[in-house]
Write a protein of this length. Structure first.
Length: 231
């Protein structure tokens, strides 16, 4: 009986020791994993600090070099720098002033239009922001698609019309762009699907989006109820 008791104690002790060792190694593994994740997070933070600094320094150097060589190229570099600065530093906020978002849209369209020279027929109507705020980069994907899947696909007479207006606290955007008649797909691109999801999450019951794929044009009708600076 005593021998059996000693045996059971021994087996129990071994089992307990194995369990303790297992817990020890699991905790050690978790600590190492946490340390690795912390190191990776610090590396990503360092990259986030380093890359924009390098990028803007390089753009400033290119801007200085092109000022005398090509004023048009110089203006494009400055426009790109302003656009990137807005995306990197201002768009991490939930809401931005509507005036800033509209300026970004204007700057983007000017940059894209420079590639076409006089060959692009562009109409752009923008309102005064009036102190309202909007989710950043909620309008840009539509402008991007107008160029990528519209103007760039047309060999002759590419055209885009962008009309954004305010009615009290409702923003309305009507964007129309020409497209080749043989292009039968709807507004393509992951950017549009992402903006649909963002609208549903950020403006539930406070927006309306309709995209029409006509024979020779795309039409985007968007309405968003905005908040003012006090909300």
């Amino acid at each position: 009986m005593l021998a059996g008791l000693r045996g059971s104690i021994t087996v129990g002790g071994v089992a307990a020791a194995v369990k303790l060792m297992k817990c020890f190694y699991q905790k050690q593994e978790a600590a190492l994993r946490l340390e690795k994740e912390k190191a990776n997070a610090e590396l990503q933070m360092l990259k986030a600090q380093l890359h924009p600094h390098f990028l803007f320094n390089t753009l400033n150097n290119i801007y200085a070099f092109t000022q005398e060589v090509s004023p048009k190229a110089s203006a494009m570099v400055m426009g790109l720098a302003e656009l990137l600065r807005y995306i990197l530093y201002d768009c991490n906020k939930p809401l931005v002033p509507l005036d800033q978002e509209l300026k970004m849209i204007r700057d983007y369209i000017q940059l894209e239009s420079a590639r076409y020279g006089e060959g692009l027929d562009i109409s752009l109507q923008l309102p005064d922001g009036g102190g309202y705020r909007i989710a950043p980069l909620i309008l840009l994907p539509f402008a991007e698609n107008a160029f990528k899947h519209g103007a760039s696909q047309l060999i002759e007479r590419p055209w885009i019309s962008v009309d954004i207006s305010m009615n009290v606290d409702w923003l309305t955007m009507k964007l129309i762009n020409g497209k080749p008649g043989q292009l039968k797909t709807g507004m393509p691109g992951i950017g549009i699907e992402n903006v649909r999801k963002r609208l549903e999450l950020l403006y539930p019951g406070m927006h309306a989006l309709k995209i029409s794929n006509m024979e020779e044009m795309y039409i985007v009708d968007l309405e968003i109820k905005l908040s003012d600076h006090g909300e």
